[in-house]
Design a protein around this ligand. Structure first.
Ligand SMILES: Nc1ncnc2c1ncn2[C@@H]1O[C@H](COP(=O)(O)OP(=O)(O)O)[C@@H](O)[C@H]1O
Ligand SMILES: [Mg+2]
Length: 316
């Protein structure tokens, strides 16, 4: 690898052979299955894939926020230094900010916006007065013309879009270099989705240069993300730029063909059940071009085009 390529690999979030298994009374659920991937610094990466494929669990692993009964194997790095659950939690807010899924579940209904923003500002160790000032500044920066009124408000007094902007302000409160946003447009109508997109883009003006955006919303991903990672059954099957325009993995092709704008061409078969770990490619049972090898061995990461990584034997 050249020096520049090596540096590019170091700068950002790197995941090596990461697995997350939930040990449940009814059996193990492997939510993330030997994922090796890199989310580059300075870019907005979209993490896409069907519901239940492990996107949120991967995000929570990076933040050290998995429940204690999750067993985690493999390694994670931020700019080359190891992210363990302990170091990740120390960096939460200050280096990696979180915009969690679902504002209505993430904001505390019993506490004012002021209390919740001030809590997000705690790592900065400011005095009370300075913290209040910073909270006001944050709300103005995130498009609230009357920050005083919003600070006094409880979440239920705000619209869904306003709640989402408060969460963005809280995630960006300590000026992290990274933001991880989990389904930031889920359940929002079209106008609010476009507001969220603008708010996420405005994070860049607030010094957040790198983002990982977990989303179902492909128009959002298309207009916001520089690069994308496609997950299926706990694995990242395709990674790179231009994925929506030119998908290379048969799963990504089927996933895109099943979208309403592409005529709902449904994918045959069903995704592996949670906990089911196939020896080969997880998409092989549904893949129109699978060969016997696909059922037996995991395809290696291939790079059929510069800047793209695909796990499929057709490119080996
Ligand atoms: N806290 C948990 N305990 C047990 N299983 C979980 C937990 N969180 C997620 N899972 C399981 O892990 C798998 C991946 O979930 P998740 O990452 O939330 O999917 P998504 O891609 O929709 O974000 C699913 O099968 C889900 O049921
Ligand atoms: Mg999720």
């Amino acid at each position: 690898m050249t020096g520049a390529a090596e540096q590019q690999r170091i700068n950002g979030i790197t995941v090596e052979e990461l697995s997350v298994i939930f040990r449940l009374p009814e059996g193990d659920v492997c939510a993330v299955d030997s994922v090796s991937t890199h989310f580059p610094e300075g870019k907005i990466t979209g993490l896409i894939g069907e519901s239940g494929c492990g996107k949120s669990v991967l995000g929570l692993a990076l933040l050290g926020l998995l429940p204690p009964y999750a067993s985690v194997a493999g390694e994670m790095y931020l700019d080359g230094s190891p992210l363990t659950p302990e170091t990740a939690r120390k960096r939460l807010g200050t280096e990696i900010g979180l915009i969690p899924q679902s504002p209505s579940d993430s904001l505390n209904p019993a506490r004012t916006v002021s209390a919740q923003l001030q809590e997000a500002l705690l790592p900065l160790k400011l005095g009370r007065k300075q913290r209040m000032m910073k909270a006001r500044e944050l709300l103005s920066a995130f498009g609230f013309p009357e920050p005083e009124r919003i600070l006094r408000a409880y979440p239920h007094e705000l619209s869904g879009g306003m709640q989402q902007r408060v969460l963005c302000a809280a995630g960006a409160a300590c000026s992290p270099r990274w933001i991880l946003a989990d389904e930031p447009t889920k359940g929002l109508d079209r106008d609010l989705r476009s507001q969220v997109r603008e708010t996420l883009l405005s994070l860049r003006e607030h010094g957040v240069k790198s983002m990982l955006v977990i989303t179902h919303d492909l128009p959002l991903a298309r207009s916001l993300c520089d690069t994308m990672a496609v997950m299926y059954a706990g694995q990242v099957l395709e990674l790179g730029s231009g994925i929506l325009e030119k998908p290379l993995h048969p799963y990504t092709r089927s996933f895109l063909a099943a979208l309403p704008e592409n005529g709902f061409q449904s994918m045959p078969g069903v995704a592996p059940k949670a906990g089911e770990r196939l020896p080969g490619c997880p998409f092989a049972p549904r893949c129109p071009i699978a060969v016997p090898r696909c059922h037996q061995e995991r395809p290696p990461a291939c790079s059929p085009e510069p800047g793209k990584t695909v796990r499929c034997f057709q490119y080996v």
